[in-house]
Design a protein around this ligand. Structure first.
Ligand SMILES: *[C@@H]1O[C@H](CO)[C@@H](O)[C@H](O)[C@H]1NC(C)=O
Ligand SMILES: *[C@@H]1O[C@H](CO)[C@@H](O)[C@H](O)[C@H]1NC(C)=O
Ligand SMILES: *[C@@H]1O[C@H](CO)[C@@H](O)[C@H](O)[C@H]1NC(C)=O
Length: 220
């Protein structure tokens, strides 16, 4: 009994440490699913806000089971990009649908994974050390995404980057603001010497300004 009493506080403090563990670049590696969160605030974003996942084509779908979600692999060497069985994933495929409702996103193309596309460093998604969860950002610290709606059963909804500026300060009217989260399911299929993936220069600090992580501000 005396042993149990001394053991219990130790277990509790270990749990506290675990709950506070912050994300590092190692948390966005290997093979996994990409969950879609209904979130407009990276500070409070959590898995409970999940409204779907990305399929192998890169579209947002309603997640009925994780098996229906796409399976993505992150390259662990340059250009550190994602691919699914459909190919390398990018926002720059001009054959995908543009975000015509958006003031600033009219020429943005939906995320897609394309069998013949060779990925480049600008296609990289990355996470930020210090996040509570492995949220995925793109480009110039753009950690939010834009979609017309949250998908219903069997709908496939295109995903665009979120842009804002003086003419459209918030999400495209009528659209939803989303975040992406890595849900790792395994390590690389072929074990290569694990080289550590460089992160972005930005690091979270307790008093960090939130606008820094709001998305692509359009220069007028
Ligand atoms: C998504 O988030 C918005 C804003 O918080 C909320 O109004 C809406 O009900 C949410 N939708 C779903 C399906 O979770
Ligand atoms: C895939 O990408 C290549 C190179 O950008 C492009 O030429 C091709 O049309 C794309 N294919 C599809 C099916 O979108
Ligand atoms: C995907 O992109 C990587 C990195 O550029 C490249 O090595 C690979 O050949 C590409 N795959 C295809 C199928 O084009």
């Amino acid at each position: 009994m005396a042993r149990l009493k001394t053991f219990l506080p130790l277990v509790l403090s270990a749990f506290v440490v675990l709950a506070q563990a912050k994300i590092t670049q190692d948390d966005f590696t290997g093979v996994g699913h990409i969950l879609v969160l209904n979130s407009s605030n990276w500070k409070t974003a959590k898995p409970e806000q999940k409204v779907g996942c990305l399929d192998n084509d890169g579209r947002v779908i309603k997640e009925k089971s994780l098996d229906e979600c796409g399976t993505f692999v992150r390259l662990n060497d340059y250009p550190y990009t994602l691919s699914s069985k459909e190919g390398n994933c990018t926002f720059s495929d001009e054959r995908t649908v543009p975000n015509t409702d958006s003031y600033y996103g009219k020429r943005d193309h939906a995320w897609t994974c394309n069998a013949t596309y060779s990925a480049i460093i600008y296609d990289e998604l990355y996470t930020i050390n210090g996040f509570n969860y492995p949220l995925l950002c793109w480009g110039d610290i753009a950690c939010f995404y834009d979609a017309k709606k949250i998908p219903d059963d069997d709908e496939k909804v295109p995903l665009w980057q979120f842009r804002w500026g003086s003419q459209q300060m918030d999400i495209t009217p009528g659209h939803v603001m989303l975040q992406l989260m890595w849900s790792k399911t395994g390590d690389y299929p072929k074990r290569t010497d694990s080289e550590s993936i460089p992160g972005p220069r930005v690091q979270l600090k307790p008093n960090m300004q939130q606008p820094l992580l709001q998305g692509q501000k359009a220069r007028s």
